[in-house]
Design a protein around this ligand. Sequence first.
Ligand SMILES: Cc1cc2nc3c(=O)[nH]c(=O)nc-3n(C[C@H](O)[C@H](O)[C@H](O)COP(=O)(O)OP(=O)(O)OC[C@H]3O[C@@H](n4cnc5c(N)ncnc54)[C@H](O)[C@@H]3O)c2cc1C
Length: 395
Amino acid sequence: MSNEAIENPKQYTYIIAGGGMAGLSLAYYLSESSLTYERILILDQGNESPKTWSYWSDEAHPFDAFAEYSWGQLEINSFANKHLNLTIAPFVYRKIESGTWTKSIQNKLLQNTKFEFIQAKIEGFSYQGKFAQVLTDKGIFEATEKVFDSVSPYPCDLTNPKELKQHFVGLFIETNFPLFDPNKATLFDFRIAFTNACEFMYVLPTCTRNALFEHTFFSSNLLDESEYLEQIKAYLFAYHGLSDDDYEIKGTEKGIIPMNYVEIPQNLHQKIIKIGTSGGFVKASTGYSFKRTQGLLNTLVSQLESSNKNAQVIQQKRFKILLDRIFIQVLVDQQVKGSTVFEQLFEKNSAQTMLRFLDEQTSVWEDLRLMTSVPTWPFMKAFFKIVFQRPTFYK
Ligand SMILES: Cc1cc2nc3c(=O)[nH]c(=O)nc-3n(C[C@H](O)[C@H](O)[C@H](O)COP(=O)(O)OP(=O)(O)OC[C@H]3O[C@@H](n4cnc5c(N)ncnc54)[C@H](O)[C@@H]3O)c2cc1C
């Protein structure tokens, strides 16, 4: 790095550190806002592996246009082979392919001369007077207003068996003959859940011959990749009669998403603001974050527009946090099968109520009514652990 770069780092109004889902979404909302800015820099090291982002919603969003596929019906297969068919209107379940979305948003932003992209590895953050700096292998970049950081690790210890994660491996397969019903996505197939860990197959069929099968856990202990793959193959054989010769593997995806709850209090006085997974934007009890991130960033940009510096980046109601933490504790304790909890919730409540509940859109009364659908004792124990003891997953 030249001395000139150190002494005169290039200045921007905002720097977005990490141009993934949260970073590019924020850039999009800034580009649509009434905020005035000189320049916005998006830094990313590149080469992020493609992901499938799914979300449900009952309201239109500009990103819906990028959905590669959508479903109006979801299904759940219980461990006891009971089949729940859920018609979710007015909700729609959508799937976005991260590569296509990323290119489209980048192209849109590149038409605006105020946006600049630099491929660089971010090595750290610092402050210089009243400015925030991003230290990279391509030099130092300075933000006069704010740095938005989506690259710092979220505090989740992958080796700690007390910290819940959503972990999964998925196969995109193409069969030699028509087999799937593309009108229905399988949110949970619990027929594979033989232990108390919350374990299920997640299936997104996009036509009669193509589908994504994801063997997913909400649990603390990670497996060897081969174990997830063996389970998918066993599932394809057991429930679809498919042997290896009947299909071709078109791609894979895998992920580990933190599901432990850690409070990350941030307000808009801060110069460096964590966003995305780094900022705790994942809904801890489900591992979903695409839609939640859109809501949080949209609000964040509105607060910037109104210069409301006291605004919290995450404005989550204390009761919702408590419910999330109880849920997570139940899944960590495994005193009841995780599958039983979700099965009973979906069996005893309408799909629409459940989707609103998982989105934290239900009222306290609806939440209390929903809680009567779950096995009482494990939830009571988890509640007392949270309220009277230091919960096992919470650092
Ligand atoms: C395989 C997979 C599937 C998922 N599916 C869903 C789903 O269906 N629905 C849902 O709601 N959520 C899903 N998630 C969870 C979540 O939505 C995604 O992880 C999402 O990408 C998180 O957004 P983010 O911006 O925090 O992180 P990312 O999208 O990962 O963005 C971080 C960016 O920072 C860059 N970066 C990291 N380190 C550095 C560095 N040192 N220097 C420079 N750049 C760096 C990366 O290249 C990346 O582009 C999934 C996650 C995974 C892993």
